[in-house]
Design a protein around this ligand. Structure first.
Ligand SMILES: [Zn+2]
Length: 80
């Protein structure tokens, strides 16, 4: 399953950077994924395949994921 990430998202990897951080910010999406270490600021590029293999979880979405309309507020169509 393809991973849905966007520029600005913060992701956690399975293995730590040499500086000890597991967390990276996505700086670029394309054929390769650009990442910036949240602790030391180092930038790396991974192929999408490598990125998906190393990704553990997405910590923070820069933009909220798509939600079906009305899903958060119950059933507004019944109010009026
Ligand atoms: Zn680092």
């Amino acid at each position: 399953m393809p991973v849905n990430v966007n520029v600005g998202d913060v992701v956690r990897m399975r293995k730590p950077h040499p500086c000890g951080s597991f967390d990276w910010q996505v700086t670029r999406i394309g054929a390769d994924i650009g990442l910036k270490c949240q602790t030391c600021g180092r930038r790396v590029m991974l192929t999408r395949h490598d990125f998906e293999k190393r990704l553990k979880t997405i910590l923070e979405h820069a933009t909220p994921p798509d939600e079906p309309p009305g899903s958060l507020r119950g059933n507004p169509s019944g109010l009026l």
